[in-house]
Design a protein around this ligand. Structure first.
Ligand code: GLC
Length: 493
């Protein structure tokens, strides 16, 4: 018996907004634990102690454990420490070491360097919590970076961990973190364990697959994506395992939410004018302001925005192919994003050719992002695949009508000609056709209804957080029935 009636959840993520962010994972990690706390869960978060977070003087970072050893698989001792930020959304632990996490956070530094630091992070998380004396009921790991956690929990963790259940969430199955067999030695996992989960003959260990195979329960970030990853088209080689998990009741799709306090056009300080569904005039001022800041000329037509990593996933090839036809219809388009250098070149070239219609904001700039959400009429997401997508939800919160390819979470959130426009076929022609329909609606009376439906669609975390809680309960019930009953407030036998 743990004696307290609050479920303890440790949420583990390589990125957490607003401290360190590369993609949508950070937004989820920065808001779901908060929502869980409102449901009475003692949810805490742990992330790597990136130098940029520790040295951020606006944060109150407190040292919790000065110096402790994490013993790696080869017997080498890696010194570690634990710090903490008291955040309104719950405590954020920072696990640090002298060897990694020193560079500033970008997709290159966070995700490229070989997996060894991620293996260390997983081993260190368990050790740190033991020393802290705070053993969670649920260990909630996210994406491949934390894929070894469920494995370590089941195979190597000390007796303290015997009754903790693990939940693993896939935010993007396209990134799996594959490394050589030496990665098992980093944390001292025996090779035989992986005969089932790994293709030993390839000599590769797949961190994402390890996480799913060993977790008590796997979730992904929308119901539709949970189905898609069971198919060859979206499974990236793991469709067999996903089918197995689904068949045995261990795979659930839970739609992400967004934080309605963080994303709020009624209070957003960077907007030229605050607005709501009822005071929509303010949005027109935001649009003027956006044009003025970007040097785009006045026009009768709408502005469409995009805020996204410049990667293949996001469907920028369709935009490039269809751009001229979009601009012929009178559309102005602004894209903010960093990423693929070839795409940056292509979009810079597009800007030179269509200076009255197009702007690329090639930097990470949260203020400009908010001004795009606030000042655009439409928001484009022609993704090749999309596990959930947060952009379309944020756009709707700002009364900006999404135009999306109907896949994954986009399909679960956008209903054609109700709260946006959706197309199926992955082609520039289908995108152009969807934008044409949106432009027609924009000129007529249909627009205000669709925009009102966007405002009215609810993407708060409340509902999804309840679903996570239910998932945690189920995982706990099979792993630790006594604690499960204790938390339900029933007397166990
Ligand atoms: C990944 C996915 C995106 C999802 C986000 C948060 O970035 O690509 O679709 O919204 O994770 O779960």
């Amino acid at each position: 018996m743990r004696g307290d009636r609050r479920m303890r959840v440790l949420y583990v993520s390589a990125e957490v907004a607003p401290f360190a962010k590369v993609g949508g994972l950070a937004d989820v990690a920065g808001s779901l634990p908060h929502a869980l706390r409102s449901l009475g869960v003692d949810a805490r978060t742990i992330m790597p102690a990136y130098a940029m977070v520790e040295s951020n003087s606006s944060l109150d970072v407190e040292t919790v454990i000065e110096d402790f050893p994490v013993i790696m698989g080869n017997g080498e001792v890696q010194p570690a420490y634990l710090k903490k930020i008291d955040h309104e959304g719950g405590p954020i632990y920072l696990l640090g070491t002298n060897r990694w996490f020193t560079e500033s956070v970008s997709s290159e530094t966070l995700y490229r360097p070989g997996g060894e630091m991620h293996a260390f992070f997983c081993a260190g998380v368990l050790r740190a919590m033991e020393l802290l004396g705070w053993i969670p009921d649920i260990l909630h790991a996210n994406d491949w970076h934390t894929g070894f956690l469920p494995v370590l929990l089941k195979q190597k963790a000390g007796p303290a961990w015997g009754s903790t259940a693990s939940v693993f969430t896939i935010h993007n199955q396209a990134y799996q973190g594959e490394f050589g067999l030496e990665s098992l030695d980093w944390v001292g996992l025996p090779h035989y364990l992986f005969n089932y989960t790994q293709v030993e003959a390839w000599g590769r260990v797949n961190f994402l697959k390890s996480g799913c195979a060993f977790a008590d329960h796997t979730t992904t970030v929308s119901p539709r994506y949970a189905e898609e990853i069971q198919t060859r088209e979206f499974g990236h080689g793991l469709e067999g395992l996903m089918q197995h998990l689904a068949f045995t009741g261990r795979l659930t799709g839970i739609l992400n939410g967004i934080d309605y306090d963080v994303w709020n056009p009624a209070t957003d300080p960077v907007l030229a004018s605050r607005f709501t569904a009822e005071t929509i005039e303010g949005k027109a001022l935001c649009k003027m302001d956006l044009r003025a800041r970007l040097g785009l000329p006045e026009s009768e037509g709408p502005i469409a925005g995009m805020v996204s990593r410049l990667s293949h996933q996001k469907g920028f090839d369709l935009i490039l192919e269809g751009a001229e036809r979009l601009f012929d219809q009178g559309l102005q388009l602004v894209i903010q994003g960093l990423g693929d250098p070839a795409m940056v070149d292509a979009f810079q070239d597009l800007e030179r050719r269509f200076p009255n219609n197009f702007r690329l904001v090639n930097r990470f700039d949260p203020d400009t992002a908010n001004r795009i959400y606030g000042g655009s009429d439409m928001f484009l997401m022609p993704s090749a695949f999309e596990p959930c997508g947060l952009g379309q939800m944020i756009a709707m919160r700002y009364g900006t009508v999404p135009i999306v390819r109907s896949t994954g979470g986009l399909r679960d959130t956008v209903q054609d000609e109700f709260n946006g426009f959706a197309f199926h076929e992955r082609s520039a022609a289908s995108l152009v056709e969807a934008v044409r329909r949106a432009m027609n609606a924009y000129k007529g009376d249909q627009w205000s209804t669709i925009r009102a439906n966007c405002f009215a669609t609810d993407f708060r975390w409340n509902g999804p957080a309840e679903q996570y809680l239910e998932t945690y309960r189920r995982a706990l019930e099979s792993r630790n029935p006594e604690r499960y009953h204790e938390l339900l407030g029933e007397r166990s036998a």
